[in-house]
Design a protein around this ligand. Structure first.
Ligand SMILES: Nc1nc2c(ncn2[C@@H]2O[C@H](COP(=O)(O)OP(=O)(O)OP(=O)(O)O)[C@@H](O)[C@H]2O)c(=O)[nH]1
Ligand SMILES: [Mg+2]
Length: 381
């Protein structure tokens, strides 16, 4: 009798997988077609490269060409850059094209929404985490400062610090949509009096179609707030308004603890699942908005649960845009065995934190959102 073998397809594009010709569709390295591979999720080389690029932040800038154009002026005048990042979810938002353009300039980083981070957050460690992410992206920040809604800033202090750092040069404030730029400017303006002949105004920036807030700092230097970068690598930019309201933290993020046995998945509404594919019992903590709801289930139930939950809506958050398995990305991390706490974060939704012990963790999440694994943002549980 002849031998039969299951023919496998790429999980993303459906091409029949083959290890013979790299130039043809469905190519996959021989080393991945090992015994047991039929029980794993496999991508062809092309799809894998494409997705890896998306998830390591190599996304094309959508409609942000105008921002790049404005930044040309910042580069030409050796301006100071103030890069505002939302501490809750900035992984995957450090756009490589922006980085490439401005990395030679002096860059100050402001981290916002500190009040939404867990109370036991170690601020110094968090600052270091921010510095490390910027360094990874190719930028060494001049300084990092963290802000929250609850703190009081002495009027004039921010402006004084800005003037000292910019040394007569213009300053450009950049950051993702809703990262908190305007909120910081409002704090900064508390100590501001306009001594120039120009007014504060919001105007179309020359030769672009975007409006920029312009604040005169002297007769010859200005502060600009640029429009926010699009949230195209964040779940926030991919779901409906009602769903966005559920996954946006309004107060301190909630820590949800769970213990996973091998083969168990921790599901966040119909938007994400973290599965312990291989490894010893693992305690995880999920950090995210209070509106999220969770469930533990067997790994093989996840796909059908997502589909049904979009109709039943028994577990929030739910998005009409995500229900079939083709709407999600699927990645597996083989963790280090360093005994340190690590995070896997889905930009705009939240992150899990756990001790790395060589586990294999599978993550299902909205297609196109950034996924990132790092050492923990907050060291303690
Ligand atoms: N809890 C908290 N909320 C903040 C903080 N900073 C900003 N926000 C909120 O985040 C949202 C966006 O803030 P903005 O200051 O408008 O953000 P932006 O970067 O100017 O947004 P765009 O100009 O649209 O790109 C608002 O709802 C703010 O109230 C913060 O430190 N803590
Ligand atoms: Mg703004």
């Amino acid at each position: 009798m002849g031998k039969v073998r299951r023919v496998m397809r790429c999980y993303n594009c459906g091409a029949v997988l083959q290890s013979m010709k790299k130039s043809e569709s469905g190519f996959i390295g021989k080393d991945l077609m090992v015994e047991g591979a039929e029980n794993r999720v496999l991508y062809c080389h092309n799809c894998y490269e494409k997705m890896k690029a998306i998830n390591t932040g190599m996304l094309e800038l959508d409609a942000d060409d105008d921002i790049l154009k404005i930044l040309d002026d910042a580069v030409a005048t050796d301006a100071l850059i103030i890069w505002v990042v939302d501490l809750i979810s900035f992984n995957g938002t450090l756009n490589p094209e922006v980085v490439k353009k401005i990395k030679k300039l002096k860059i100050v980083v402001f981290g916002t929404k500190l009040d939404l981070m867990p109370k036991h957050t170690d601020e110094e460690a968090l600052k270091q985490f921010v510095i490390d992410r910027f360094k990874e992206a190719g930028i060494t920040p001049h300084s990092v400062r963290l802000f929250g809604n609850t703190e009081n800033i002495v009027p004039g202090e921010l402006l004084e610090a800005l003037n000292k750092t910019r040394q007569g040069h213009d300053a450009y404030m950049i950051g993702s949509l809703a990262s908190g730029k305007t909120s910081i400017i409002n704090k900064m303006l508390k100590g501001y009096s306009n001594k120039s002949k120009r007014a504060i105004k919001t105007e179309y920036y020359p030769h672009t179609t975007v409006k920029v807030l312009e604040i005169p700092l002297s007769n010859s230097s200005f502060f600009y707030e640029l429009p926010g970068f699009s949230l195209n690598t964040s779940v926030l930019g991919k779901v409906e308004k009602e769903t966005r309201a559920i996954i946006t933290p309004r107060k301190e993020v909630k820590a949800e603890k769970a213990t996973l046995d091998e083969g168990e998945a921790f599901v966040v509404g119909s938007l994400a699942a973290f599965t312990l594919i291989e490894g010893k019992k693992t305690r995880i903590t999920f950090y995210g908005a209070e509106g999220n709801e969770f469930k533990k289930m067997k790994n093989e139930k996840v796909d059908s649960f997502f589909r049904e939950n979009v109709i039943k809506r028994s577990l929030r958050p739910v998005s009409e845009r995500f229900f079939s398995f083709t709407d999600y990305d699927l990645f597996e991390y083989t963790m280090e065995n360093d005994g340190q706490r690590h995070d896997i974060s889905i930009t705009g939704l939240g992150w899990i934190s756990f001790e790395a012990k060589g586990q294999i963790i599978r993550v299902i999440f909205p297609k196109g959102a950034a996924l990132k694994e790092t050492v923990s943002k907050i060291k303690k549980d």
